[in-house]
Design a protein around this ligand. Structure first.
Ligand code: C5P
Length: 312
């Protein structure tokens, strides 16, 4: 008798922007204690998981040549970690993962984490697992600090390494312009640079996230614009001084404010509305300060099966 092969599952997953990122002390495990407000935005990757005779990872789209396809690909680690978690060790021997990337690689928008989260959701459906999103989030946290957020999406406060999440009420759709840089930045390298800057003379810190949470609930982009802040920005700018020019160009083009997202180098510019975002994007694209410009809005939901409602 022929075994029935389940059809491939495609999952859409969003990038994130950090509206606020406060970096605390370096912990004994090498991570920094964080308080960050994440927002998921409408810049997405699509990840397809399928039963296949030849296991492995394929990558297409934005930055495809700089994504590893071997054992250190985070989506592949997601396959192995979930297989072990649900007692299907060896299950990865029959899975193929195809990444269609729209999120910049090493861009500070958690693209690799998004792919890992999408892979978990895709496999849960492919393998017909009876597993809740909260249980998937525990597996996600083992893979990386930003992976749980990509599962839930929306707007959330992340603490600990960034993996402990509480939803934040966001009453408004916010409109963003994203400026991708020529090359990515290594996240550990940016954290190290912050440690170095702090050892030399404490650069100013962003302080509490409470005002950002209030601005999100009021829904006023002008109020939120005054409060965007990221402790990693000084470190990213120190490693990539050209970002200063990019940040200035976005505001000169009519954005309310700009910030480096996460560890950078992507810059995110908050705009008053969708129309203004298009105008800012057009002007920024002509300013010659970045590789590519995109518009996006947020918040949007986390990793979801495309055309299906059976994801956990
Ligand atoms: O968790 P993830 O593997 O994505 O983190 C990548 C790197 O970023 C870590 O190895 C660490 O150097 C740095 N990091 C940190 N503190 C955090 C999150 C990440 O120092 N809270």
């Amino acid at each position: 008798m022929l075994a029935v092969v389940p059809p491939p599952v495609t999952v859409r997953v969003p990038a994130k922007i950090n509206l606020h990122l406060s970096v605390g002390d370096l912990r004994a495990d090498g991570y920094h204690e964080l308080a960050t407000v994440f927002q998921a935005v409408s810049l997405t990757d699509e990840v397809t998981v399928a039963v296949a005779e030849e296991p492995g990872v394929e990558v297409y789209g934005e930055g495809q040549d700089s994504v590893p396809t071997g054992a250190d690909n985070l989506a592949w680690r997601a396959v192995q970690t979930l297989a072990a978690h649900v007692g299907r060790s060896g299950g990865e021997a029959a899975v193929r993962v195809v990444l269609n990337k729209g999120i910049p690689v090493a861009g500070g928008m958690a693209g690799g984490s998004a792919d890992a989260a999408a892979t978990l959701v895709g496999l849960a459906s492919l393998w017909r697992l009876d597993i809740s999103r909260d249980e998937l989030a525990d597996v996600a946290a083992e893979l990386g600090s930003d992976v749980p957020f990509a599962l839930y999406g929306g707007t959330a406060l992340g603490t600990g390494r960034g993996e402990q999440l509480v939803p934040v009420l966001s009453r408004h759709t916010f409109h963003w312009v994203l400026a991708f840089d020529q090359r990515g930045l290594s996240t550990p390298r940016v954290y190290q640079e912050l440690d170095r800057l702090r050892a030399q003379g404490d650069p100013p810190r962003v302080g509490s996230h409470d005002p950002v949470v209030e601005a999100l609930s009021s829904g006023d982009p002008r109020q939120l614009a005054l409060l965007l802040g990221n402790d990693l920005q000084a470190a990213a700018v120190s490693l990539r001084p050209g970002l200063r020019r990019t940040l200035r160009a976005g505001v000169n083009a009519g954005a309310l404010a700009g910030t480096v997202s996460g560890s950078g180098p992507t810059c995110a510019f908050l705009c008053t509305d969708a129309e203004s975002a298009l105008a800012v994007a057009a002007e920024l694209a002509g300013a010659g300060v970045c590789r590519t410009v995109r518009v996006a809005h947020g918040p949007v939901p986390g990793a979801r099966v495309v055309g299906g409602d059976d994801s956990p």
